[in-house]
Ligand binder design. Sequence first.
Ligand SMILES: [Zn+2]
Length: 296
Amino acid sequence: MKKGFIIIIALTLLLTGCTTGKRIEEYENGKPIVYTSFYPLYFLADEIGKDNISLRVVIPNGVEPHDYEPSIKQLKDIENADMFIYNGAGFESWTDKLLKTIIDEKKALSASDEVELNRIDGAVDPHIWLDPENMNKIGEKIKDRFISLDEEHKEEYEDNFKQLSQKLMKLDKDYQETLKDKKKDKILVSHAAFGYMAKRYNFDQISIAGVSPEQEPSPKTMADIIDFAKENNFKYIFLETLASPKIAKSIADEANLEILTLNPIEGLTEEEQKNHEDYISIMEKNLENLKKALMD
Ligand SMILES: [Zn+2]
């Protein structure tokens, strides 16, 4: 009888231990370990968690993330983390296997579950982070999850999120106001990363590659884009920082286009890190270049 009672208590402790999350002293240096898959989510988690979390990123900066495969060691580390935040919508194909096997789904947060998804040519477009309003929605969810992991710092998470939210709303307002009187409504880009940004600020992207930079265009697609750019008097084509510029450069030569940067913020380059750039500062630079292409 007594033995059965002890087992029930032990079981209850185990079960409540699982559902209420770990107590603070069980975390590494008292902090929950949070893994994010790539930079934009790292940015959100860092702004909200600051010193109260131990934050890591799976896809290293400077690496094009669409075809990234994590190492066995990284997978082990994610398995041992207290939370794993990923984009979803097919962006990190490696997470599909993980979520069914080594990653506890209760620990995971799929950012794309928080926003309305768009499709491009039938495929789900994963580039949700290029709309500041989406970043705000994802940030709010991250804030809630941090509070449930670590009640003790609830107020700090809430204050940090409020400040982040103000920065994101200011960015959104800058885009709305700057692009309000635009003269063009189309831009030429190297891969179709800007669908959410384009939708929010009322323009279209014409992309050389598909939603992933590895999908190379056919010679016919390239010829069509060159004709289109000439017929519509395009002056600019956008290149990005991590993908190969070869094809976009040859289109620029053929159609006599000036090359500008539009950064899909899929990771920071070494130089961007050195210059302390972040999501907000890069989005502001993107706006400067968009303004050239859409107002000219
Ligand atoms: Zn992309």
